[in-house]
Design a protein around this ligand. Structure first.
Ligand code: AMP
Ligand code: GLY
Length: 434
C-alpha cells in the first residue's frame, strides 16, 4: 500500500520513517516533505494548505492511507475532502479539529465532558474582558487567543497591566488577526506539564506512552517559548496511576462528548496536561501528533504503525491486534538543533555536516525539520528548528549520552541546542513506564 504523509517537519519525517518499516507499505509519499523524507520515499512540493492539490496527488497515486501531520490543513477540512474522494485518512474532520482550532470550543467540550481544566471565561468584547480582569482576579493569569496562532496565542500575564495590554492587542489591535477575535481568560496552573497522545476512531481509544516537551529556548526552562527544543519518553511523572486517571477523567469523556456533540473525533487526540497538586488538569487539546514529542514516541512503538493508523481511519480500532500497540520499554530522548537566534530572527542557508556520522551510531535517528538542498545539492539550514536527534537507551542516562554524542558529530554555523533535555527525567527516577 502507498501512504501519503502531509507536512514537512521532524514529526512528519518520524511518521514517514516509522510507516516505511511496515511490511505492507510499498511506498511513502510526502507533501511537501523535506530532505529526510526524500531519502525514504518521494516528495511532492506542494503547500499543506493546498487541499485540492493534495487530494489530487492521493487520487492519482492510488494512495491507500493519508496521514496528516499539521493542524492547519485539518482545520481547513483536508480529512473531509479526502474522505469525500473515497480515500482513507488518519486525521479528524474540520468539525472535530475545532478542538484545537478554537480554544473556546475546546473549553465547551471540556465543560460538556466534565474534564478537569483551568476555570475560564470567554470574551469577544474588549470592555467585558477588561472589566473581568480588573480588580478581583489572582495573578498570574492566562490570556489565550481562541484561534490558531502558531504558538503565539498564549500569554501568561503577571499583572493587570499585562493582562489589559494583551487583551487590547488580541481583541482591538488584532495582532493575531481573526485568531484573536475571541479570547479565553483562565486561571494559571502550575506543575509538571506532560503530553499525552491518544489514538481513537471515535469509539475505541488507546493512550500511547506519555512524553515531556521542553518549550522554552533556554536551559532550566528559561527564555521565550519555542515550538519545542527537545522531548523525552517515558516520563516518570506519568505514573500508571496518573495515566489511568487521565484516561478515565479526560480522554474517555472527551471522545464520548465529541460523539454526542455530532463531531466524532477520529485520529490523534493530544492532551496537553498539567500535573497540579490537585490532580491532572487539561491545558489544551491538539488534533494531531506533537512535534518534537513524536520523535520520541514513535521510536518506542514496536508495533506496525500502518496497522494502527489504518484501524483508526477505518473505524475498526476495537479489533486492532495488541501487537500494534507494543511499546519498547527503553528511554528515548530527542535534542532539537536550532538556528542561532531562534525563536527570534535567524539566518538560513548554512551547510550542515555530520548527519551521516551521527545516524551511523547505534540506536540513533536523525529527523529533518528545517533543512533543504541548495543549488549545489548540499544539505543546508532552512528553518528555526533544523534537526531532531533521537537516541534510545536502557535508561535516560544512556539515551542522553547517545543523543548528545550524536549531536557532537553535527555542525552548522550558529547551531544552538539545549544541553539539559531529559535531565529532569534522570533526576526524578523511580516513575513507571507509562
Ligand atoms: P496552549 O497553546 O494552550 O498549549 O498553551 C501553550 C503553553 O502555555 C502550554 O503548553 C503551557 O505551557 C502554557 N499554558 C497554557 N495554559 C496555561 C495555564 N492555564 N496555566 C499555566 N500555563 C499554561
Ligand atoms: N510540542 C507541542 C506541540 O506539538 O504542540
Amino acid at each position: 500500500m502507498k501512504v501519503l504523509v502531509v507536512g514537512s517537519g521532524g514529526r512528519e519525517h518520524a511518521l514517514a520513517w516509522k510507516l516505511s518499516k511496515s511490511p505492507r507499505v510499498t511506498e511513502v509519499l510526502c507533501a511537501p516533505g523535506n530532505p529526510g523524507t526524500a531519502r525514504i520515499g518521494r516528495n511532492f512540493p506542494i503547500p499543506v494548505t493546498d487541499l485540492d492539490g493534495i487530494v489530487a496527488i492521493a487520487v492519482r497515486e492510488g494512495v491507500g492511507l493519508v496521514v496528516v501531520g499539521p493542524e492547519a490543513p485539518l482545520c481547513l477540512g483536508l480529512a473531509d475532502k479526502l474522505r469525500a474522494a473515497g480515500i482513507a485518512v488518519f486525521g479528524p474532520s474540520a468539525d472535530a479539529a475545532r478542538i484545537e482550532g478554537s480554544k473556546a470550543f475546546s473549553k465547551q467540550v471540556m465543560a460538556q465532558a466534565s474534564v478537569p481544566t483551568a476555570t475560564y471565561k470567554t470574551f469577544t468584547k474588549l470592555e467585558d474582558a477588561e472589566s473581568w480582569v480588573t480588580g478581583a482576579v489572582v495573578y498570574p493569569m492566562v490570556v489565550k487567543a481562541s484561534g490558531l496562532a502558531a504558538g503565539k496565542g498564549v500569554v501568561i500575564c503577571r499583572d493587570e497591566a499585562e493582562a489589559i495590554a494583551t487583551l487590547r492587542a488580541f481583541l482591538a489591535d488584532r495582532t493575531l488577526g481573526d485568531a484573536g477575535a475571541t479570547v479565553v481568560v483562565e486561571d494559571f496552573l502550575s506543575g509538571e506539564e506532560i503530553s499525552v497522545f491518544c489514538v481513537t476512531d471515535g469509539a475505541t481509544l488507546f493512550a500511547l506512552p506519555a512524553s515531556q516537551d521542553h518549550k522554552r529556548v533556554g536551559e532550566g526552562d528559561t527564555g521565550p517559548n519555542t515550538g519545542g527544543m527537545g522531548a523525552y519518553s517515558p516520563t516518570p511523572f506519568a505514573t500508571d496511576a496518573v495515566m489511568a486517571r487521565i484516561e478515565r477523567e479526560v480522554l474517555v469523556p472527551t471522545v464520548h462528548a465529541m460523539s454526542t456533540m455530532d463531531c466524532p473525533f477520529s485520529g490523534l487526540l493530544f492532551a496537553g496536561m498539567m500535573l497540579t497538586r490537585g490532580g491532572p488538569r487539561t491545558l489544551e487539546f491538539n488534533c494531531r501528533f506533537g512535534d518534537p514529542e513524536t520523535q520520541v514516541v514513535l521510536p518506542r512503538l514496536k508495533g506496525d504503525l500502518l496497522e494502527l493508523l489504518l484501524a483508526v481511519a477505518n473505524g475498526s480500532l476495537e479489533n486492532v491486534s495488541p501487537s500494534a500497540l507494543e511499546i519498547d520499554p527503553r528511554a528515548a530522548v530527542t535534542v532539537v538543533l536550532a538556528s542561532g537566534g531562534y525563536p527570534g530572527a535567524f539566518a538560513k542557508g548554512f551547510p550542515i555536516t555530520g548527519v551521516e556520522k551521527a545516524e551511523a551510531l547505534p540506536d540513533v535517528l536523525v529527523f529533518h525539520a528545517g533543512t533543504a538542498f541548495d543549488g549545489a545539492g548540499r544539505l543546508v539550514t532552512a528553518g528555526g528548528r533544523v534537526l531532531a536527534v533521537t537516541a534510545l537507551g536502557a535508561d535516560f542516562a544512556e539515551a542522553r549520552r547517545r543523543a548528545y554524542e550524536a549531536v557532537g558529530h553535527i555542525a552548522f554555523e550558529g547551531m544552538y541546542f539545549r544541553k539539559d533535555i531529559g535531565a529532569r527525567a534522570s533526576a526524578a527516577r523511580g516513575g513507571s513506564s507509562a
